[in-house]
Design a binder for this molecule. Sequence first.
Ligand code: FAD
Length: 547
Amino acid sequence: MPATHDVLNQPPPLAGYDVAEDQAMLSALRREGAGWAEDSIRGLGRLAGSAQVQQQGRLANENPPALRTHDRFGHRIDEVEFHPAWHELMTVAVRHGLHAAPWRDQRPGAHVARAAGFYVWGAAESGHLCPVSMTYAIVPALRNAPDLAERFEPLLAAPEYDFGLRAPDTKRGLLAGMSMTEKQGGSDVRANTTRAEPAGDSSYILTGHKWFTSAPMGDLFLVLAQAPGGLSCFLLPRVRPDGARNGMHLQRLKDKLGNRSNASAEVEYDQALAWLVGEEGRGVRTIIEMVNMTRLDCVLGAATGMRTGVTLAAHHAGHRLAFGRKLADQPLMASVLADLAIESEAATMAAFRLAGATDRAARGDEQEAAFRRLALAATKYWACKRAPGHAAEALECLGGNGYVEESGMPRLYREAPLGSIWEGSGNVAALDALRALTRQPETAEALFAELDQAAGADGRLDRAITRLRKELTDPAEARARHLAEAMALTLQGALLVRHAPPAVADAFAASRLADESGSWGHAYGTLPSGLDTATILARVTPEVLTG
Ligand SMILES: Cc1cc2nc3c(=O)[nH]c(=O)nc-3n(C[C@H](O)[C@H](O)[C@H](O)COP(=O)(O)OP(=O)(O)OC[C@H]3O[C@@H](n4cnc5c(N)ncnc54)[C@H](O)[C@@H]3O)c2cc1C
C-alpha cells in the first residue's frame, strides 16, 4: 500500500519504563521501615513497565479463563483453564512473595515491602492479584486453627507457583480463596444457608452454594457455613488429602465488567469435606481477619490504578501537541493532570501508612492496631470510591485514543469500581468505620493522635481537624459516608503536609481541605489558580527507558 500520510503527533509507546520510579511510593517505603527492600522493588518496577510484561497483561485479559466442568468422557473435572500469560504473571508475583512473604520474613517492614511489591506489580495487571491478595490474607484467620496453620502456612507462604489440582499436602505452594457471598446476601452473611454437619471425626461436611467465589482454581478456601453452633468458618480443600476431588462444583464463571483475566465462580458444595477454623458460631469474627487484610489490598489496588492512570495521561500529554502547544503545557490540562496526580499521591501515602500500621500491628503494637482499625475502613471507602472517576478522567486525557482498548485505559476503567464492591461495598465500609468509631473509642483517639502530629503546619489542615472533631460528635448512620470521607481526607492531608513536597501538600490543602466552598469544583481539573502544577506533574511524568 502506498503511504497516504505520515503518522505525526502520536506519543511514543510507554513501554520500558520504571514503575517504581515513584517518589511518593519510594519515600513512603523508607519511612514505613522497608527501605531494605528498595532494590528488589525497583527490579520488579522495571519488569512491570517492560514491553514483555505489558503484553502479558494484555493477553491475560484478552483471553479470559474458561471453565471446563467435564472431560471429554463426561467425568466431572471442574477445572479452570488460563492463558499462559496468566501463569507467567502469577509466577512472578509468587516468586516475589506478594502472596505471603511477610509470613516467612520476620524483618520489621516486611508487610510494607510486600505492599510496595503489590503496588508496583499492580501496574502490570490487576486481575491476577486477586488470588495473590487472598493468599496473603488467609494466614491471620487460619491461625485460629493452629494445627491447620502449622500444616498449611509453610505451603501458603512458599514462593512457588504450583498450579493444578492435587492434594494440598503434596504441592510445592498453595493459593487460597474466600467463599462467603450467597445469592440471598453478601454483605449480610448471617443470611448464609450453606450447612455444615460434623462428620464424626474433627471434620465437617458442607452442603450448599456460593454465588461469588473468586480464584476458584485455588487450593484452599475459607468458607462460611451454618454449623450446629451457628455461622462458622471452615477451611475447605479443593482436593481431599487422599487425592480425590472434593465436592466443590463450579457451576459457571461470572461474565464480569472488568477483572477479566481472573476467574470468579458460582460454586455448589456437595458433601464437601472441610475443617473448622476458630470456634463454632464465631465464623464472622474469624473470617473478618481475612477480610481486613484484603481491604489493605483494595486500598493499594486503588492507589496503583490511579498511579497507572495518571502516568499514562501525563506521558500522553507530555508528547501530544494541540493548538500549537504540548497538552501538558496548556494551563487547563495541567490543572487536570495535577489534580489527578494529587489524588494519586494522597492515595499512595495513605495506603503505605496503613501498610506500616499493618506491619507494626502484626508485631503487637496496639496503638497502630487501633489506628488501622478505623483508618483502614475509612480509607478503603474513600480511595476505592475515588478510583472510578479518576480512571475516567485519566482516560479522557488521551482523547479518543483513551477510549480504545489498545491504550490500556479501558482495562483500568473497568477494573476501577471493583475495589469499592468487594470486601465491603461503599456503604458497608463506611458503616464499618462508624462502628469502629462508636464501639471502639480508642480507634478515634489513635486517628487524632496521628492527625495531631501534623498540627500547626498548615492552617487549612488545622481547621479541617477541628471540623472533623465536631463532625464525629454526630455519628448518625445516614452520615456514614460523609464521616468516612472526612476522616480519610483529613488523614491524607496530614500525611501530605508532613511528608510530601510543599507543592503537592499545598494543592491538596487548597482543594480537598479548603474551608471556603467554591475553591474546588466537583470534577477533576478545578484546582484553584496559583498552584505549582509543574512540580506536581514532574512527579508523575514517566521517563521511557527503552523502545
Ligand atoms: C468480581 C467480584 C468478585 C467477588 N469475589 C468474591 C469472593 O471471592 N468471595 C466472596 O465471598 N464474595 C465475592 N464477591 C462478592 C462481593 O463480596 C459481594 O458482592 C459484596 O460483598 C456485596 O454483597 P452483595 O452482592 O450480596 O450485595 P448486597 O449485600 O445486597 O449489597 C447491595 C448494596 O447495598 C449496600 N448495603 C448493604 N448493606 C447495607 C446497609 N446496612 N446500609 C446501607 N447500604 C447497605 C451495599 O453497600 C451495596 O451497595 C465478589 C464480587 C465481585 C463483583
